[in-house]
Design a protein around this ligand. Sequence first.
Ligand SMILES: [Zn+2]
Length: 163
Amino acid sequence: MKNKKLPLYIVRNSKVHGKGVFARKDIPKGTRIIEYVGKIVSCKEGLRIYEEQLKKSKETGAGAVYIFQLNKKQDIDGNVSWNPAKYINHSCSPNCDYDIINNRIWIFSKRDIKKGEELNYDYDYDLNDYQDHPCKCGSKECLGFIIGKRYRNKFKKMMENKS
Ligand SMILES: [Zn+2]
């Protein structure tokens, strides 16, 4: 019974980037693993914090931007100590996804995940400032930048036109 209370994840150093979040045990597909929590701010305030975090992360190379859009009017600033989900890295071929249910952001498994695997999801960034977000996820699908799945084709076309 005690084990049931243990979280499904553990935070430790990642080869991909800084810290990462890993499966503490086998996790079946469709499991809510962790909630992305933080301070709720207006989108306007969120944008200001985003730009500040981006500037700082460019200076330090930390790649640490934690603004998550919650709805049309509000963002969550996840850069707080009580939000281990902020350590989940992006992947171009992720094993998790997020879902916003009743104004709460949940990270859930989109396939079966083995104990010890690093958890990741698609940060779903658009093509603005993509150069500021290099990706080192190492998957075969990797575009080299953190770009949401729905922008992949557009990005590829952009690159073709460049060359
Ligand atoms: Zn990648």
